[in-house]
Structure formats: structure tokens, C-alpha cells
Design a protein around this ligand. Structure first.
Ligand code: NDP
Ligand code: GDR
Length: 372
């Protein structure tokens, strides 16, 4: 039985990857952080208590800022594969906490690689680094592929640039099987609520059910190549099953704007929108409501507006990936299109909004957290 260690197992990708590896028969170990409230919601369905015999899903307390902790966990687990998915992964937040972001995203990667080397596991343990399309930042070539020069535009991306190169360096210096998946944005119903896609599907579902009135957005011109997280974790595994370690771009090869994402989400909720005004004055007004998914919305309502607080000090305006190398060498194709993903995200968020609305209509005080 193969043993995998996933850092960031409580995150979006970590939870899908854990499911995927368990289905493949792996023993899966994950690192979770100590928090003052539960933070394992995305993997609770996989939980096995310490008294279950033949446990194949085990969580360890840990943190990427703590070398001795990481070394101890790797020494205990003796993993065949390490997937480094843990990160302060929010680009906007990295401008607020740049030093912490560097510590976790850059130094954390070094700490893991160094722990593997220190323990003499460099010929046994294969290492996957969660690299990112944010490395391309101010894009130098379109579409972006493995050979496109990097130009990071945030403390997050600069930290991830270090992590990218230190992974390459350990491969070249010590013969480690270590590789980077350069993944473009990928989403799902499990996406963190403050990333733009989930903010939109959740916020608009709440508006549809009368729990919020207006969604405040940043740069709606931004263009992204959005895929589905479930599709992308397969690739993370596949990249560690090759004869030689190599870095791969993972993307759909299609892009749409944030504005278009909002329009598609509204359509899924039975609402057509008209965008009027420009820049910070831009807003989306309801043109028509059809079906029964958005009972709280009526024609002429303004349900989206711009709030400059969501603009970033430096923005990545456009990202579009070229996944040809992954298609050619790994036989990989993304299976879930953005429209289908929006359907799934809206179904999930609308369900939660309906439950909240029902509680509210029975007099319960329902708070909907919406900062971010
Ligand atoms: P999430 O933000 O959903 O998950 C991040 C995970 O890292 C969480 O489990 C979080 O724990 C954990 N974490 C954060 N800080 C620390 C720390 N100091 N020590 C240990 N664990 C920590 O990210 P995603 O699942 O979306 O992304 C996975 C990885 O892929 C990240 O590295 C991200 O930067 C990268 N990436 C993501 C893309 C995407 O579009 N999703 C695209 C390209 C790259 P907790 O739950 O306690 O917060
Ligand atoms: P990104 O994702 O920065 O690409 O990083 P995010 O969803 O945060 O932003 C995408 C684009 O949407 C614009 N935007 C807004 N973003 C947020 N969060 N909130 C808003 O209100 C808003 N309005 C407009 C942003 O400016 C941006 O252009 C994600 C993360 O998962 C990273 O960890 C990962 O490396 C990259 O994707 C690939």
C-alpha cells in the first residue's frame, strides 16, 4: 500500500486529493493546523477515529512554519509521496501579510524538501509542489506554457516563485523526484468563500433568497482560465507517477472575465443582467427574472456594484493556459467545463441559501458572513 502525505489537506484541493488517493487504495496522512474552531469541514466525511483498526486516513497537527514538526511527521509517516498544497493562498491577503505569506509559501516548501533530504528519503519520497499561474503575473506570452517567462505581481506569487525554483533545484541537486504543477485557477463548491467564483455563486444565491441585497466586487475585467478542482487533483497524482519528474501547466485553454462569470451565475439563477456605468460606477441591474430560483429579486434591482476596496495594489489582468504538454505526455484532458462547474456551485450555494431563508422565515436570526 502506498503512503501519501498531504499538506493543506483541509483546503479545497487537499480534500479532493485525499478522496482520490483513498479511492486508489493509498494510506493518506494529512497535516491540519491547530485552530480555535473546527477547520476540518472539507474532510470530516473521511474522518476515522484513532480506535478504528486499519486506519487509512490520519490527520497530524502541524504547520509549514515549524521545521521540527514537519521533520517529525515525515519521519513517522515515511511517505512515498508528499503533496505540498498548504499555503496562504489568497493573493489579496498576501499584500496585507507579505512576510507570513513568504514564510509559509516559500520557506515552508524549503522546510519540507530539506526534511525529506535530512531524513535520507530523497530517493524514496516523491514531491509535488502546488505552483500557480500567478507566476506569469504580468504575462509575457499568450497562452502561457511551461517555457513562458515568469513575472510575479504579488507577495503570494513572489513567494510561490521561490517555491517553484527550490523544487527544481532539489530535483537537479539531489536527484529527487520533485515537480511543479503550474495550475491555473480551479474552483468547486468547496472553494474558499472569499475567492471570486465562490463569492459570486454564494453571494448571488443569497441575494436570490433575500439574505443579501447587493454583491460588491473588485476588478470585473479580470480574465481567468477556470477549471474544476476535481479534474485538477487527478493531474497532481499523475505527475508523480511518471518515469522522470517534470513540470506541467494544467489549464483548460479557455478564459472568461469575472463579469461573464457573474452573468453566467445569474443566468443559472434565472436572472438576466444588464451591466451599466463604467469603472467604479459600474453596476448590474436585473433585466428579467424567470423560473423560481430567485424569488427575492425583481426587475430594476441593482444586485452587483463595484467597491474599490477589492482592487489590488497590482493586478493580474489576464491568464490563459496552454495544457498541450499535459495532454500529449500524460493523456490528460479537463472534463468539466466552466458552465457545468457554475451549475454545481450554484446548486450547492442555493441549497444553503434556501435553508437559511427558511430558518429566517421561521423567526431564527440568520447571520450571513460576507466580508472578503
Ligand atoms: P486553500 O486555501 O483552500 O487551502 C490551503 C490549505 O493550506 C488549507 O488546508 C490551510 O489550512 C493550509 N495552510 C495554510 N497555512 C498553513 C500553514 N502555515 N501550515 C499548514 N497548513 C497551512 O487552497 P487550495 O486548495 O485552493 O489550493 C491548494 C494549493 O494550490 C495552494 O498552495 C494554492 O496556493 C495552490 N494553487 C491553487 C490554485 C487554485 O486555483 N485553487 C491554483 C494554483 C495553485 P486551514 O484549512 O487551516 O486554513
Ligand atoms: P486569484 O483568485 O487571485 O486568481 O488567485 P481570486 O478568485 O481571488 O481572484 C480572481 C480575479 O478576480 C478579481 N476579483 C476579485 N477577487 C476576489 N477575491 N474578490 C472580489 O471581490 C473580486 N472582484 C474581482 C481579482 O482581482 C482577480 O483578478 C487564485 C488563488 O487560488 C491562488 O492561490 C492561485 O494560485 C491562483 O488562483 C491561480
Amino acid at each position: 500500500m502506498k503512503r501519501a502525505l498531504i499538506t493543506g489537506v483541509t483546503g479545497q484541493d487537499g480534500s479532493y486529493l485525499a478522496e482520490f488517493l483513498l479511492e486508489k487504495g493509498y494510506e493518506v496522512h494529512g497535516i491540519k493546523r491547530r485552530a480555535s474552531s473546527f477547520n476540518t469541514e472539507r474532510v470530516d466525511h473521511l474522518y476515522q477515529g484513532p480506535h478504528v483498526s486499519d486506519r487509512n486516513f490520519v490527520l497530524h497537527y502541524g504547520d509549514l512554519t515549524d521545521s521540527s514538526n514537519l521533520t517529525r511527521i515525515i519521519s513517522e509517516v515515511q511517505p512515498d509521496e508528499v503533496y505540498n498544497l498548504a499555503a496562504q493562498s489568497h493573493v489579496a491577503v498576501s499584500f496585507e501579510s507579505p512576510e507570513y505569506t513568504a514564510d509559509v509559501d516559500a520557506m515552508g516548501t524549503l522546510r519540507l524538501l530539506e526534511a525529506i533530504r535530512f531524513l535520507g528519503l530523497e530517493k524514496k519520497t516523491r514531491f509535488y509542489q502546488a505552483s500557480t499561474s500567478e507566476l506569469y503575473g504580468l504575462v509575457q506570452e499568450t497562452p502561457q506554457k511551461e517555457t513562458t517567462p515568469f513575472y510575479p505581481r504579488s507577495p503570494y506569487a513572489v513567494a510561490k516563485l521561490y517555491a517553484y525554483w527550490i523544487t527544481v533545484n532539489y530535483r537537479e541537486s539531489y536527484g529527487m523526484y520533485a515537480c511543479n504543477g503550474i495550475l491555473f485557477n480551479h474552483e468547486s463548491p468547496r472553494r474558499g468563500e472569499t475567492f471570486v467564483t465562490r463569492k459570486v455563486t454564494r453571494g448571488m444565491s443569497n441575494i436570490a433568497q433575500g439574505l443579501e441585497e447587493c454583491l460588491y466586487m473588485g476588478n470585473m475585467d479580470a480574465l481567468r482560465d477556470w477549471g474544476h478542482a476535481r479534474d485538477y487533483v487527478k493531474m497532481q497524482w499523475l505527475m508523480l507517477q511518471q518515469e522522470e519528474a517534470q513540470d506541467f501547466v494544467i489549464a483548460t485553454g479557455k478564459q472568461i472575465s469575472v463579469r461573464e462569470f457573474i452573468r453566467l451565475t445569474a443566468a443559472e439563477l434565472g436572472v438576466t443582467l444588464k451591466f451599466v456605468g463604467e469603472g467604479v460606477e459600474e453596476k448590474a441591474v436585473v433585466e428579467r427574472v424567470f423560473g423560481d430560483k430567485a424569488p427575492a429579486v425583481k426587475e430594476g434591482d441593482t444586485i452587483v456594484a463595484v467597491d474599490p476596496r477589492y482592487f489590488r495594489p497590482a493586478e493580474v489582468e489576464t491568464l490563459l493556459g496552454d495544457p498541450s504538454q499535459a495532454k500529449e505526455l500524460l493523456g490528460w484532458e479537463p472534463e468539466i467545463a466552466v458552465e457545468q462547474m457554475i451549475k454545481e456551485m450554484v446548486a450547492n450555494d442555493l441549497d444553503a441559501a434556501r435553508q437559511h431563508a427558511l430558518l429566517k422565515s421561521h423567526g431564527y436570526d440568520v447571520q450571513v458572513a460576507r466580508e472578503g
